[in-house]
Design a protein around this ligand. Structure first.
Ligand SMILES: N[C@@H](CCC[C@H](N)C(=O)O)C(=O)O
Length: 272
């Protein structure tokens, strides 16, 4: 199988083409390929397929390092936009995914932006077990009661505010919230430190991966929840361990844009 290794701020991917009807690697094969010692190593595998409609440039599917298929990937969408834009010789790329339509735009500054759609706060969209939609939900984890916001960016996110990302208990709270029974399909977990209304620091414990260097949909989710909590303005710098993303969300019913670098590392082939 031929693949391209890419990353967005250290959130890394293999990207490969699969013709319509092609058999994809099994979950076990994805896990093997994702292994950082004995495989290629990646957070997600991104599979490019022919779109079902002629006005789209590509359809993509996403597989986490644990082999689970998921709905959306923000940094992955930016990498795919960059790759497909080069192939078709256009700065705008129209993509379709299990999480919905995503439009990509290559900037003159070399950064890649994607329109991640309108954040969905309805608990059933994640799904999250709650009687009704709320800004904040108490969540019992071990002996603690966390205060979380939840949002779907196509994929599920829980976000909590922390005084310092450096000291946040990402390793313990991350898996506990990811696998909490109120999230029937598990969840990604964001730890957000608000530096100012236009600047946050963020660590994300990703569903099916663990903590990553950056998470695009995690950045979008944190800004969406932070805006809903009245803490953030329209455009926010999001500093992840791997570097900076910019998220712009004008507000409810409007699409949210994610911007950052998308880098090709190498191309290769692997025996499945
Ligand atoms: N790294 C991604 C998110 C990938 C999917 C996520 N782990 C999930 O299970 O939903 C991003 O940049 O958004």
């Amino acid at each position: 199988m031929s693949f391209t290794k890419m990353h967005g701020l250290g959130n890394d991917f293999i990207v490969f083409d699969a013709p319509a009807g092609a058999e994809l690697p099994s979950a076990e094969a994805f896990r093997r390929l994702a292994d950082r010692r004995t495989g290629i190593g990646f957070d997600q595998a991104l599979v490019l397929m022919p779109p079902s409609r002629a006005d789209f440039d590509v359809f993509y599917r996403i597989f986490n390092a644990d082999g689970s298929e998921v709905e959306q990937c923000g940094n992955g969408a930016r990498c795919i936009a960059s790759l497909v834009a080069r192939r078709i010789g256009k700065a705008r790329v129209r993509m379709d995914s299990p999480g919905g339509e995503v439009n990509g735009l290559l900037g003159d500054d070399g950064l890649v932006s994607v329109d991640m759609g309108v954040p969905n706060f309805a608990p059933e969209s994640l799904p999250f077990d709650a009687n009704r939609e709320a800004d904040v939900y108490p969540l019992r984890v071990d002996e603690k009661e966390l205060q979380i916001g939840t949002v779907s960016m196509g994929n599920p996110h829980a976000v909590m505010q922390v005084p310092s990302v450096r000291e946040a208990a990402v390793d313990t709270l991350g898996p506990a919230v990811e696998n909490h029974p109120r999230f029937a399909k598990r969840t990604n977990v964001g730890f957000m430190e608000v530096v100012s209304p236009t600047h946050i620091r963020l660590r994300v414990f990703e569903r099916g991966v663990g903590e990553t260097q950056a998470c695009g949909t995690g950045a979008c989710a944190a800004v969406a929840v932070g805006r809903r909590w009245g803490l953030l303005q329209e455009q926010v710098q999001v500093d992840a361990p791997g570097g900076r993303m910019v998220v712009r969300w004008p507000g409810p019913d409007q699409a949210l844009w994610l911007t950052g670098p998308a880098v090709t590392v190498f191309e290769g082939t692997v025996e499945l």
